[in-house]
Design a protein around this ligand. Structure first.
Ligand SMILES: [Zn+2]
Ligand SMILES: [Zn+2]
Length: 256
């Protein structure tokens, strides 16, 4: 009996250890939201609504993320005007425009229904990217890569701008030179998020508009309540509740 009790205690300690290890390694998704899909790997369409000077950045981000074993991305003709960047169900629309001096370099908005991602948009603000500080390949690639990463269900690995780069675009930084691509941790995280199959597809080949009342705009006031702040105290993640299990999450990289 004594030995049996010791054995049970040992098992309990081991389980706790693995439960702890799992929650640490799973911490860079947010809420475990994911695209619903019945096959693995799956292919997510990235609608190209960007201008010529962004095309190579979009192509590189698509190639880099497709290194993942669980997902591929394909750049396809966009379906919206860059200024409005309206979402379409089953895909991600990527846009650049002069969105104005509203403070943000890039935002990713991700719509979920229940536990599944159903559509996403990425907006890149040329009001800032047309200035000398941000008009560099490194800054553009960093922001493009990070915002697309959010639309898969990935969170930031780090939100402190001043500590050493982690070598991933999912790490906030003042110097994006070595943070332009995903790293192995991002790919591992994707493999965790997408380790199961679903019975429904939210990734779609057909095109349909989302409802106008579910849209978010360029105005931070339209993004809903603040869930998280970065090391500067700026709002890095917002949640807008659309009712009936539907929500929009908006991730932001601010000009600083
Ligand atoms: Zn699922
Ligand atoms: Zn971000």
């Amino acid at each position: 009996m004594y030995i049996f009790t010791r054995f049970v205690a040992l098992i309990a300690v081991i389980s706790l250890f693995f439960a702890g290890a799992f929650s640490v390694s799973a911490s860079h998704s947010w809420g475990n939201y994911h695209w619903g899909r019945t096959v693995s790997p799956f292919t997510l369409k990235l609608g190209d609504n960007v201008s010529l000077n962004w095309d190579a950045r979009l192509a590189a981000a698509s190639t880099d993320w497709s290194v993942s074993e669980v997902l591929d991305t394909s750049v396809v003709t966009g379906t919206t005007t860059p200024r409005n960047c309206r979402a379409r169900t089953g895909r991600v629309e990527v846009c650049n425009s002069k969105y104005g001096k509203n403070g943000w370099l890039g935002v990713a908005s991700v719509w979920v229904s229940g536990s599944h991602i159903v559509q996403g948009t990425v907006k890149l603000n040329d009001t800032y990217f047309n200035t000398p500080k941000y008009n560099t390949l490194a800054w553009k690639q960093f922001v493009m890569c990070q915002e697309i990463g959010h639309t898969f269900g990935l969170n930031h690995q780090d939100e402190d701008f001043t500590n050493p780069n982690l070598g991933t675009c999912m790490d906030y930084t003042n110097d994006p030179s070595t943070n332009q691509q995903p790293n192995q941790h991002d790919y591992d995280q994707l493999s965790l998020i997408y380790s199961h199959l679903d019975s429904i597809n939210t990734v779609s080949s057909s095109i349909s508009s989302s409802r106008a009342k579910d849209e978010v705009t360029d105005d931070p006031d339209s993004w809903g309540r603040v869930l998280k702040k970065d090391k500067d105290g700026k709002n890095s993640l917002h949640e807008k509740d659309l009712g009936r299990g539907k929500k929009v999450y908006t991730f932001v990289i601010w000009d600083r």
